[in-house]
Design a protein around this ligand. Structure first.
Ligand code: FMN
Length: 319
């Protein structure tokens, strides 16, 4: 059973496109993330053998337990992609029924499926039946405020045979606006018929909030997304609270070292050009609390080699 691979309460790095790369997952794992997900990949792209998509879902065994996340909108595509993913032997296959982006949801994949719950159930069941690996689902609370909420279809999802349900507490229509509705997540978790682990997601901004929501809603795990970008140590901080210790914040010098390690790994694995592009999403996050970071940020954004960026990061240590 998938839940046997997880701790009793799991802290997870939420999947994020172009963020939760192999290298960043490794760093978050080092800081104590219990469960990892790859970035999502298109089922159609996997079937077409698109190399870039396979690169996004490669992982090392250090990252286990890990789920490879796929999205798609037809049974044929999802089933065939899941069977290909199965050969890569992750611990589980996660179906993305949560992405609200027009180019995905507009085609009936991601959270677009929430407009047609019977189809969501049928496609999920088809994937579960097509592979031996455990299958999980990550979804949102509903299509919009007027449509069927997850409290009404979570049992049907469980009955497909999935072994984990992760819920982002927003509707598709909300995109990232408003607040995540954790009451609904809590109601799914506290439905006595729900036997599979239920993980909550949305707006966890600190280790303290993660622990508060764990206790208030009783979820089996929490996925941390945006708050883990540039703060991989948030997982260590959650663990400090779980074990009754004080939360410690890394020093500026330590943060710079983590960022340097991240950049170095990215450069080694993905090449300097792509590393420098991806790292632009991270610099402000790594150094959000630093007062006079702005001029360094400009220089980092303009750096055209890894040694140059590393040199700037070394200087930040002395701010
Ligand atoms: C840049 C970005 C990329 C994302 N990519 C994915 C993805 O590939 N798969 C997925 O299930 N969710 C994706 N998400 C959604 C997050 O996993 C998460 O559900 C959402 O950000 C809410 O959690 P948070 O408030 O902790 O960030 C993405 C979010 C962001 C901001």
């Amino acid at each position: 059973m998938l839940k046997d691979l997880f701790p009793k309460f799991s802290l997870c790095l939420s999947p994020m496109d172009d963020i939760t790369t192999d290298e960043y997952r490794y760093i978050c794992k080092k800081f104590g993330a219990d469960v990892l997900f790859t970035e999502f990949v298109s089922s159609d792209a996997l079937i077409r053998d698109v190399e870039k998509s396979y690169a996004k879902i490669s992982f090392s065994s250090y990252q286990r337990p890990i789920g490879i996340q796929i999205f798609g909108s037809t049974e044929q595509s999802l089933v065939q992609a899941a069977q290909r993913v199965e050969r890569l032997n992750p611990d589980f296959i996660d179906i993305n029924w949560g992405c609200p982006m027009k180019k995905i949801a507009g085609k009936g994949a991601g959270s677009g499926i929430l407009a047609d719950i019977p189809k969501m159930i049928a496609l999920t069941r088809a994937v579960v039946n097509a592979v031996k690996l455990p299958v999980s689902v990550k979804t949102r609370i509903a299509y919009d405020e007027h449509s069927t909420p997850v409290t009404d279809f979570c049992e049907a999802l469980q009955d497909t045979g999935i072994q984990l349900l992760s819920i982002h507490g927003r509707t598709k229509q909300q995109m990232y606006r408003g607040d995540a509705d954790w009451d609904l997540i809590g109601r799914v978790k506290n439905n006595p018929r729900m036997q599979i682990p239920v993980f909550g997601n949305g707006d966890i901004t600190s280790a303290q909030k993660a622990m508060e929501y764990k206790n208030r809603y009783g979820v089996d795990g929490i996925l941390i997304g945006r708050a883990a970008v540039g703060r991989p140590y948030i997982f260590a901080q959650c663990k400090q609270l779980l074990s009754g210790s004080e939360v410690t914040e890394p020093t500026l010098s330590q943060k710079a070292d983590i960022c340097i390690e991240h950049l170095t790994l990215m450069t080694q694995n993905q090449g300097e050009r792509r590393a420098l592009i991806i790292m632009k999403k991270f610099y402000s996050k790594y150094f959000s609390a630093v007062d006079n970071f702005k001029s360094y940020k400009m220089r980092l954004m303009e750096a055209d080699s890894t040694p140059q960026a590393v040199d700037i990061l070394q200087q930040i240590k002395h701010l």
